[in-house]
Design a protein around this ligand. Sequence first.
Ligand SMILES: Nc1ncnc2c1ncn2[C@@H]1O[C@H](COP(=O)(O)OP(=O)(O)OP(=O)(O)O)[C@@H](O)[C@H]1O
Length: 635
Amino acid sequence: MHKSLERSRSSVSSTPTNAPEERHSVSDTFYTSQRKGSHVFRVRLDETGFTLERESPSGGTVKGQTVKICDIVGARCVRLKKSSRSLAGCACVNPGTPRATGGKRNTPSKCSIASREEYACNGGDASAYLYLFAYVLKKKSFRSSVHRERTVLTLRFRSFDSFEDNMKEAERWYRALCWQLQRTLEPIFVTPDAKRRRVLVLLNPKSGAGNAREVFNLQVVPVLNESEVPYDLFVTKHSNYALEFMGTRRLEDWCTIIAVGGDGLFHEIINGLLRREDWAKVMPAISLGIIPCGSGNGLARSIAHGYNEPYFSNPVLGASLTVISGRSSPMDMVRVQLQERVMYSFLSIGWGLISDVDIESECIRMFGYQRFTIWTLYRWANLRTYNGRISYLLAEPTAEQPAAKQSEELSRLQSSRSCNLHLDKLASDSYRRSSDLLPQEFEDVISLETSINQSFRSRCDSWLSGGSRRSCYYSISESIYHSLADESEFTQAANSDQELQYGPGSSLPPLDEPVPDHWQVEQGEFIMMHAIYQTHLGIDCHFAPKALLNDGKIYLILIRGGISRPHLLSFLYNMSTGTHLPEKNNEFVKVLPVRAFRLEPHDNQGIITIDGERVEFGPLQAEILPGIARVMVPK
Ligand SMILES: Nc1ncnc2c1ncn2[C@@H]1O[C@H](COP(=O)(O)OP(=O)(O)OP(=O)(O)O)[C@@H](O)[C@H]1O
């Protein structure tokens, strides 16, 4: 969608007042000229957004429309270039749209600004333009679901004879918009001089179908550019790259860390952060985001679900808007004590059926997300049971589990000693800004941009690349990272710390000591145990409908051996809609909101997963760390 309006020469009636909010509200009269006649619009920008009201010839309002401030991502002031050659790359020139000739100057089409400018520019046009980018919620028909649609609103300023004066006017509107947008951002996303702070992007080129790089360049970069969010991009080179990166780099320059990949990459990021000496300082100062490119994408789906953000129409667009929203929420994490090590988890811990499906179905990865359905049916037909003991501390106090005892245990959470003595040992050498990069190091960026398809190029306006505030660190091919730091030292630094305790400490007794008396116990044969703290395990698995990002609860879901196959099939089938859980716990299926639990398998082998990644088989215990991380959420 593209709307363009021209400012009338006759009306110069902005509304300067003294109140700060009012000073940043601007309004004026614009008009559109169409074949059927011209229309006059009153346009206002204030804290609610952009309001356009079409005037009737008698001066009343015929039609009004508001583009909400929460849907607007940014704007640009531009001058159209003079030569028709340079217009080929101009904003809104859609290669698929035939250009109007000079004689059609007053016939705006979807991308008509450029068409008219070609004529006008040749005649020495002094207009300045303000392009405003928004992603508005739309519903195509009664039956279709809501989706976001890109909208470009264009205001043309030509009241004055000189371009400079018109540009001043356009910039006044631009500044007002920036001010209004900035009001919607939380302070951690803004620099002292009122600019957007930088974000760090970690991209796993191997996640999901292996197209994370293309997804990022084609779908995420345009949104980052439109919103003028400066970013630094690192492409992971191997498994655990993100873990090492997060554990050893200086992070002060970044306010957000975006994982472009799957839940496995996000898991590495949080574990890297929590292995830092300064984790307690870093965690509240940084917000995490995810662009779903993996095969599971449970976290991205859970965040969208929690905020009613459309997901299926365009998951990457929704997630891109979320990571630039400037709004964050605390998120619970779970500390998991395994026999030999500690891990931190944001999604789930599994034993039995679902973990088997997750890991065993790797061999049919070529089926994409369908691999889970195929393998679930296979496992259902060849059902296994597992023997073990599960002890837990309920989240809601009961008669047997008094509240005082619970809070006493949870208040014992404390930070452990530092383990990361090498923190930033390498950072001062390896961290560089874009201006330091050699031209050939940018070639990758340029080629990636120019290899994009036509439909994208029409959106990736030429002035965006010219004025881009991006800097890129690509570790692909001739890695910049490699050229700046000795990797063996980097790896050594990370490995040497691996054995040490790090991150938030535990409030639980050691794994080899008995659980407290007031904990409850389930033991015997199980089909599965799955502990989850987000609503969705995957895009199509609404596993814990009541879970919230920050409710301080682990949802422990148990299925006992002896469950009938039709009952189990109905459970598995209904997982996609979240209707699989019984309203009241029964003999075979139990849902237990807990704060901590311990799993002691009695078999010698089996599969245990944490956030979908396989870990060593054996006893473990887990406890909730309420709101210890921050995640980006939709506006
Ligand atoms: N450059 C790389 N080469 C190989 N493996 C990598 C690389 N970067 C990261 N990895 C590993 O790939 C694993 C899976 O990545 P990721 O989670 O991004 O995708 P996925 O498994 O397809 O998605 P999901 O976890 O949602 O199912 C991670 O555990 C990470 O350790």
